[in-house]
Design a protein around this ligand. Sequence first.
Ligand code: NAD
Length: 473
Amino acid sequence: MHTIDQIYIDGAFVTPHGEEWFDLFNPATERVIGRVRLADAKDARDAIAAAKRAFPAFSRTSKRARIDMLKRMHAAVVAKEDELYEAIVEEYGAPVSRGRWMAQHASNVLSEAAKVLEQYELTRHAGTAEVVMQPLGVAGLITPWNSNAGFICGKLAAALAAGCTTGITPSEMSALQTQIVTRALHEADLPPGVFNIVTGRGESGGAQISSHPDVAKISFTGSTAVGKTILRTGADTLKRVTLELGGKSPTVVLDDADFEQVVPLVINAGFMNSGQACIAGTRILVPRRRLAEFEARVRDEVARARSGDPRDPATTIGPMVSQKQWERVQRYIGIGIDEGARLIAGGEGRPAGLDAGWFVRPTVFSDVTNDMTIAREEIFGPVLSIIAYDDTEQAISIANDTNYGLQAYVFSQDKARAHQVASRLEAGRVLVNTLAHEPAAPFGGFKQSGIGREYGVYGIEAFLEPKALLGVL
Ligand code: NAD
C-alpha cells in the first residue's frame, strides 16, 4: 500500500492543509493500492504565493542557467525511469510498450526544451525597435490522468525555459507518478518556489489556480468541458491560456491504400493508449467500394489485439483507468448499437476470460454515419467507428464535419495525393502514412480541441510575451 501524504511547495515536501483522502486503484485488478491526501484551495494559494515570490529572480536568470536546469531535470527524471514505469503500469494499467514509452517521454520533453532554448533568440529587432520575449509570470499547469508524468514535465519544461514560475495541479488519479516526478525534480536542485506541485481535486486546486489574480497563464490538458470552464474563469483576469482538449480524430483511408500495410496502423492509431488518447483515430473513413475488404482485415487485426494483464508483453490493450471510465465506454457501446451501427468486433461487457479489472472489449462499429453520437462524441476507450464515403471530396467533408480538430491521419500509396488531402483537413497535426511523433513540431487543436500549441518553439512562446523597446538601439 502506498501512502502519499505530502505536496511540494517552495522547495520542500509539506503536509497539505487539505484533509481529504483519496483511494488509488490498480485498474487491472480493481484493488486499492494506496491513499493520497489531497491538497485543497489553500494549498493551491500557497503554491501560487511561492511561485510569485520566486518569479522576480527566476525570470531574470540567463538562458544558459535555464538550459542547465533543464538538463539537470532531464538527468533526474531519467534516473527514475524504472520507478516511473512501475507506477504507470500499476496505477494506470498501460501495457508494457506504452508504459515504457510514457516513462521515457517524461524525460525526453525536458531535453527537447533545452535543445529548443539553445537555438531560441529571446531578443530580436523589429524595424527600429528591440523586441524582448519576456516571461508571462506565474503559470498554472493543470494535467490529466492519461499521461500525467509526461504532461507535468512537458508543461514545466516549456514554462521554465521561458522563465516563468509554476503552480501545478495534476490529476488526483495519478498521484504515484506525480510523487516520483516530484522527487526527481527536487533532486535537480532548482531555486525554491520555481515549481510547486499540489495534487488535489480539480474543482478546488485547479479552480483556484485558474481564477487566482496572481496567475498570468494557464496551460491545461484535459476535457473540452473543463477547458471551457477554465477559459471562462480565467477571463476575469485576462489570463493567457493554452488548452489541449479532446478529439474525435478522422483516419482517412484513400481508395488506393494498401490495406495489408494500412489496417494495422489504423487499428493502432485507434486503440493507442488503450483508447484513452486525445489523438486516437476513432473515425475511420473508408471508400465504400472497398468496405467489405477493409472490414475483413479489421476483424483479423482486432482478433490479434490482446486485452489483459498490462505486465504481459503480449497485451496490447490495458484497462480503462477507473470504473467510471469503464461505465462511460460501456454506455457508448450501447448507444452505438441502439443507433443502428453494426458491430464487426467486440461489444458490451468484458473480454472473455477477464472477470476483474476495468477491461473493455476492443470494439469496432461499421455502417456508422457521421451524425451518430458515437461519431460525434469523444468516447475515450477502444471503440472505433468505420464511416463509408463515396469520393475523396466527401471523405474530406466528413473528416472536417466535427467540433474537434486535434489530429488526423491519411493513408495512401500516392504521397502527393495524401499530402493534398492532408492540407485540407482541419486539424493541428496530420500524420500521413505514419504514426510517428515529432517533438519539434507544434501540437494542439483547431476548433474545440483547444487553443494554442505545445512543443518546440511554439510551446515555449506560449509562456512568453513580446515587449518592444523603442529608442534603445
Ligand atoms: P478532466 O478535464 O476531467 O481533468 C483534467 C484535469 O483538470 C484534472 O487534473 C482535473 O483535476 C482538473 N480539473 C477538473 N475540473 C477542474 C476545474 N473546474 N478547474 C480546473 N481544473 C479542473 O480530464 P481527464 O478526464 O483527466 O482527461 C481526459 C481528457 O483529457 C479527455 O477529454 C482527453 O481528450 C483530454 N486530453 C487531451 C490531450 C491533448 O493534448 N489535447 C491530451 C490528453 C488528454
